[in-house]
Structures are given as structure tokens and as C-alpha cells.
Ligand binder design. Structure first.
Ligand SMILES: [Zn+2]
Ligand SMILES: [Zn+2]
Length: 157
């Protein structure tokens, strides 16, 4: 989906769900990792994580857009626009927007441990552990051969 198509979709949803036009810019932002989108207070623009449609589907994308549109319309009208505000929550419910974006692969990668110990059996099967284990007490889960520590894995996320 292109930015122009996203813009059209946001404008359409804005009129359908709020009866008010969306008069700012909606663009995809690939740098968003854990969030589905964001409303930028200073510019009134919306930024949407492209993974919402790439890893999920159009329903998820629409749910995220609706969520951001609640921030947008509430803020622009001087109404409570933050997650904690009851009015934000009731508006979100009214238009069936998503409360939370689903976890993207990038978000999941971030949750994984940054460091792992790698054990290998003589047949080359690899076992990853967050904590060091006593090699003499464990065997390979696949072939039953003894294992030994062969390395460490570091993530840079
Ligand atoms: Zn939000
Ligand atoms: Zn093995």
C-alpha cells in the first residue's frame, strides 16, 4: 500500500466514523517498531507502521488507523485525547478501534534475550540457553549425544 492509498483510507474512515474530515498527512513510517502508529501532536499528522498490513491484514491496519484518529479528532477539538482519558476510551469503543497493536516481528525480536549460550552435540544440533548449564548433566534433545559449549550469540536489537 502506498502513502497516497493510506491517506485516502484515513480520509474515508475519518468521515465514516467521526463525520469530520482528516485534513493532515498520513504516512507510513518504517522506523516504528513496537507501536502500530502514532499521532504527532505538533503537526497533527499520523504515522502508521507498515508492518500492520505487511505482517497482519487490512482489518488490523484499519483498527490502528481508527485508534490514531481518536487521538487526532479529540486533540484537535480540545477534548481529552490520551489513553488514560475516559473519553478517549469511549470513543475508541464507539468506532471499534484497536486498543493495542499486535506484536510485530520487530517487537518480538526485541523481547528475546540479548545473549544466549550455544551448545552443540557431535551431530551438529544446536541448543540455545539463556543461562549456562552443566554440560555433563544434559544430552542433545534430538539425538541424545553429549553436548558441549561452543559459543555465544549476541543480538544487537
Ligand atoms: Zn494511542
Ligand atoms: Zn544431536
Amino acid at each position: 500500500m502506498t502513502n497516497a492509498e493510506l491517506q485516502q483510507l484515513v480520509e474515508k474512515l475519518s468521515l465514516a466514523d467521526f463525520g469530520r474530515p482528516f485534513q493532515h498527512q498520513a504516512t507510513f513510517n518504517r522506523r516504528l517498531r513496537t507501536t502500530g502508529g502514532r499521532y504527532v501532536l505538533q503537526t497533527h499528522n499520523l504515522e502508521i507502521n507498515p508492518l500492520m498490513i505487511e505482517e497482519f491484514n487490512e482489518d488490523t491496519l484499519i483498527g490502528v488507523i481508527k485508534h490514531e484518529l481518536v487521538h487526532y479528532h479529540n486533540h484537535i477539538q480540545g477534548l481529552p485525547y490520551q489513553h488514560k482519558d475516559r473519553y478517549f476510551q469511549s470513543e475508541l469503543q464507539r468506532i471499534a478501534g484497536l486498543k493495542y497493536a499486535p506484536a510485530t516481528s520487530k517487537a518480538k525480536a526485541r523481547q528475546q534475550p540479548k545473549h544466549l549460550w550455544v551448545y552443540t552435540c557431535k551431530n551438529g544440533h544446536e541448543i540455545y540457553r539463556q543461562r549456562r548449564i552443566n554440560e555433563l548433566r544434559y544430552v542433545c534433545g534430538i539425538c541424545g549425544a553429549p553436548i558441549r559449549l561452543t559459543g555465544e550469540l549476541k543480538r544487537d536489537v
